[in-house]
Every structure is written in C-alpha cells, then in structure tokens.
Design a protein around this ligand. Sequence first.
Ligand SMILES: O=C(O)c1cc(=O)[nH]c(=O)n1[C@@H]1O[C@H](COP(=O)(O)O)[C@@H](O)[C@H]1O
Length: 223
Amino acid sequence: MSPVFVALDTPDIERAKAIATRVRHHVGGLKLGLEFFMANGRHGVHEIAEIGLPIFLDLKFHDIPNTVGKAVQALRPLEPAIITVHAAGGRAMLEDAKAAAPTGTKVVAVTMLTSLDANDLRSIGLSPDPHEQVVRLAELAKSAGVDGIVCSGEEVKAAHAAWKDGFFVVPGVRPANGTAGDQKRVVTPRAALDAGASILVIGRPITQAQDPDQAAREIEATL
Ligand SMILES: O=C(O)c1cc(=O)[nH]c(=O)n1[C@@H]1O[C@H](COP(=O)(O)O)[C@@H](O)[C@H]1O
C-alpha cells in the first residue's frame, strides 16, 4: 500500500471525488481538511469514504480538553483512520482526545506546522530551533499516549530517535524542483521516507497538476 495520503483541499465535493477517483490506485489514503469539512461536513466525509480508501480527517483540534474530547467523540461515527490535534494544546488535551477516539483511529499531534520556520517560532515567543521544538512536542505526545506526530521531513529522523514506535506523518512534501508555495520546511517524498516517515501527505503537487493521476504515478515511482 502506498504511504501517500493525497490532501483533497477543496470545498468542491465533486472535484474532490473526481481527483480521488483518478488517483486512487496510486495513493494509500485520502486526507480531508478544514477547507473540505467546513463546506461539506460529515455528509461529505461519508461520500468520500465510499471511494474505499482510508480517510485521514485533519481538523487540527486545539482547545480546552473538555471541548476537544467532545469534538472527537462527535466524530466517532465517521471512524476515520487518522485524526489530528495540536500538540501545543497540552498533555490533558492530548489524553482526552485519545480517550474519546474510536479504537481503530490513530490520533496524531501536530508539532510545528511545515509552513513555519525559525523566524516564525521566534515571533511567537518560542525557541527558534525547529528540531528542539519538534522533539520536545514528540516526547509530550508520546507520554500523553497518542499514536504519533505530524512534523516536517527535516525533523522526522530526530523525532523517530526519540520515539521508536511512533507513527510519523510528514506533510510539506514536494517532488524535486516542485513549487513550495506557502510551505517552508520541505523535503522530497523519497527523503521523507528515508528519514522515517510512516506516511506522506501530498496535496497541490497532485491536485493542481494538469494530470493528477500522472503526478501521483510519478511520485509513486520515486518511493
Ligand atoms: O496536519 C497536516 O496535515 C499538516 C500539517 C503541517 O504541518 N503542514 C501541512 O501542510 N499539513 C497539511 O498537509 C497538506 C499539505 O498540502 P500541500 O502543501 O498542498 O502538499 C495540507 O492539507 C495541510 O493542511
């Protein structure tokens, strides 16, 4: 099974379905995020799930423990394969998210968004070292009992050393010479896997390609 989850970042359900249907033999799962969910809600998630691939529901919860626990509970009937919360929400929030999730759902904690760099960390009052930040939050996520983390391909090796059996989700993935867009910590699919990524999240390099199926095949060929 391919380690690539394609990010279907569009509010247009027909477009999401069309892309997912075209690429489904060259990816291992489908990621639905805020853009899709705000427009299409649970009904939209059910429709995309009918395509038959695992669903990664990426809503990046970050709130008080009670609110996050209840939000995760409300998503239980969707039985997503993976959901996200922000590690910066703290230990109690991570514990409540995991406790509320269905048994088969992996809860992964976003450490430092791949759209941020050292300067961004400094501007929000954090130590300007992405490795330090990611490893600290990986240790927190591990001790809180969630299943893994989200980090860039630049830190996944260090995070893996701190958490041998963790599940590592790596977005900010670009084929060699791909356009970074708003992503700042970017690696190639091959480099992310070699560094220890469990799965890769890839959106625009596939969804914005003239031929998404061809783009997904080309990425698959490098893995
Ligand atoms: O949690 C995520 O999936 C995520 C975390 C992160 O740090 N960076 C990040 O880009 N993502 C998601 O990964 C996808 C990346 O999309 P592309 O930049 O188009 O490949 C988007 O759906 C983001 O919401």
